[in-house]
Design a protein around this ligand. Structure first.
Ligand code: ZN
Ligand code: ZN
Length: 276
């Protein structure tokens, strides 16, 4: 029953305005077909530094907004559409014109170079070698320091994929996530964000794309969120229309096992807390 309610909504969705596969309208039609009540678009924000993910110009970002508003009106009687943005922490483009903001760290500044966190295992390994003296934990510290600032950098409502740096860890063991120094760095960032009024997304995107078998954040961080009564929501980070609620069943089991008692979900009338 809870799963049925939770799969009515997803606020983390990409389209061909950036690195998603489908047009926004194709995604809307798929969401209606799937019986969803709420679909939030959260395209990658533009930023001036070279980026493989973001919308390619401020004009393109404007077109994105116009298209989502067009779809909002056309399909208003069938589904609630929201126009959000996944704001990269280095983006700097104003976010106040969006229905909500997901704040995400995709790049970290290492020695003056912006290094992409989620491009490939090799990119991460190269950055660790070049900028961190070969120490993955030094890289993890830099990443989590950036995450700790993500709310002030993006004015986000939702913190995107909290421990994105582990994207490739199942196939290529880069980070020892049981290392106390790794855990300390992660928990410090988490505690800083728990002081703010942010929602943590439980993000299944890397599961849909075959990188991971579990969502972000890892259970150790979910348990801290549970202890401190933080808020979580379920997001698919969908890059294809087939994946709008991918892995929500697995995520729900992990949330329960981590001591999380409820999940915030966006409904037609606003945020609702669903006991799980
Ligand atoms: Zn992201
Ligand atoms: Zn995303």
């Amino acid at each position: 029953m809870n799963l049925q309610l939770l799969t009515k909504s997803n606020l983390h969705t990409h389209t061909d305005f950036a690195d998603g596969k489908n047009t926004a309208e194709e995604v809307v039609l798929a969401a209606i077909d799937a019986g969803m009540d709420v679909l939030g678009f959260s395209e990658h924000s533009f930023h001036a530094n070279p980026t493989v993910f973001g919308m390619q110009s401020p004009e393109r970002q404007q077109e994105y907004k116009q298209e989502i508003y067009r779809l909002k009106n056309i399909y208003a009687d069938r589904i609630k559409i929201l126009c959000g943005i996944e704001q990269d922490s280095h983006s700097g483009i104003p976010t106040d014109v969006y229905d909500y903001v997901i704040g995400s760290v995709h790049y970290i500044n290492l020695g003056g170079e912006l290094c992409c966190v989620d491009l490939s295992a090799q990119t991460t390994l190269n950055a660790i070698k070049m900028h961190c003296g070969g120490d993955p934990i030094a890289y993890a510290k830099a990443y989590f320091e950036a995450v700790a600032r993500v709310e002030s950098d993006t004015q986000c409502d939702i913190v995107g994929h909290f421990d994105l740096l582990t994207k490739f860890n199942e196939r290529t063991a880069i980070f020892d996530t049981s290392d106390p120094r790794y855990i300390k760095a992660g928990l410090e960032a988490l505690d800083a964000l728990l002081e703010k009024e942010v929602i943590f997304e439980v993000n299944t995107g890397a599961m849909a794309r075959g990188y991971r078998t579990t969502p972000y954040p890892a259970p150790i961080f979910l348990r801290r969120i549970a202890e401190k009564r933080g808020n979580v929501t379920l997001n698919a980070d969908a890059h294809r229309k087939e994946y709008l609620t991918y892995g929500f069943d697995t995520a729900l089991q992990i949330l329960k096992a981590s001591g999380i008692g409820s999940v915030l979900t966006m409904t037609k009338v606003g945020w609702k807390n669903i006991a799980i």
